[in-house]
Design a protein around this ligand. Structure first.
Ligand code: CP
Length: 308
């Protein structure tokens, strides 16, 4: 089996079969990562550039580790220390890198659609590592992998995505993926951070009361308040946000079931989630990070090995 697409630009473009193939392949790579020797020769002679125009800790390191575990040759590019800072365009930068015989471009950019633009102009396979407020497909895939691991499957599971939905590429990719895989989805948060079109456009539930959302769900995926993407006041203060929408251990303890708590990171502790919930036994936040390596190995393996 192979993926139906040459690039991974977004979950929107994937079929349920593509998603199942990536998650099943990641299961095999996770098994490899438990062995004493974690490196396999699968992508020997494949060259991958990690092109990061926006800050990242987890995604960049996770991709690099996945590439090295697969024995690929790895180039790292950070816009702030490159000639992009002297005014070189995205296309010139990428064409210069490709002339060094690069096969795959992993790209993060603050502009929504930047990887889609690149895909129209260059021959290399492109993996979107987060574009503006559009999509973050490998985050949604590792979230799905982690939900499957924690709960046994995706179909019929109730997933609540909490917080700053409006500015979140993680929310959009998760919604596409979870709906394609038969999960029930709710978004919850302040009305000012949930776009009005969402309920109808995606056939999902909307809830403005955090405790009710927690009572409904099997899994709560808590999102970071993205202050850097907000150019207007959308809530009164971080303290008041925490009072109304911060997930706390006391709230989890009031529920009549044990839900799973997730967060894509980075966490604003004491804002969207308190430490007692983030570090509780119900939290799988660090498992998500661990699973990211296996999921990205699967994506790179399936794209680099794809016959055109
Ligand atoms: N979850 C995530 O994308 O984290 P980074 O911004 O650190 O990569």
């Amino acid at each position: 089996m192979q993926l139906s697409t040459k690039h991974l630009l977004g979950i929107r473009d994937l079929t349920p079969q593509d998603i199942g193939l990536i998650l099943d392949t990641a299961t095999q790579f996770k098994e490899v990562l438990q062995r004493p020797v974690k490196k396999v020769p699968t992508l020997r002679d494949v060259t991958i550039v990690n092109l990061f125009y926006e800050n990242s800790t987890r995604t960049r390191m996770s991709f690099e580790l996945a590439e090295r575990r697969l024995s690929a040759d790895v180039l790292n590019f950070a816009a702030s220390s490159s000639s992009a800072a002297k005014g070189e365009t995205l296309l010139d930068t990428v064409n210069n890198i490709l002339s060094m015989k690069v096969d795959v471009v992993v790209m993060r950019h603050s502009a929504s659609g930047a990887p889609h633009f690149l895909a129209k102009h260059i021959p290399a396979a492109i993996v979107n590592a987060g574009d503006g407020i559009n999509e973050h497909p490998t985050q949604a895939l590792l979230d799905a992998f982690s939900i499957r691991e924690a709960t046994g499957g995706l179909e019929g599971k109730k997933i609540a995505i909490l917080g700053d939905i409006m500015h979140s590429r993680v929310a959009l990719s998760n919604i596409y993926l979870l709906k394609k895989m038969g999960a029930e989805v709710m978004v919850a948060g302040p009305p000012t951070l949930i776009p009005k079109y969402m309920q109808q456009a995606f056939d999902i539930q909307v809830e403005y009361n955090l405790q009710k959302a927690l009572e409904w769900c099997d899994v709560a995926n808590v999102l970071r308040i993205q202050l850097e993407r907000q150019n207007q006041v959308l809530f009164s203060s971080l303290r008041e946000y925490n009072l109304a929408y911060g997930v706390k251990k006391s709230m989890l303890e009031r529920l009549d079931k044990k839900i799973v708590v997730m967060h894509p990171g980075p966490i604003n502790r004491g804002v969207e989630i308190d430490s007692d919930a983030a570090d509780s036994s119900q939290s799988i936040i660090l498992h998500q990070v661990e699973n990211g390596v296996a999921v990205r190995m699967a994506v790179l393996y399936l794209l680099a090995g794809r016959e055109n």
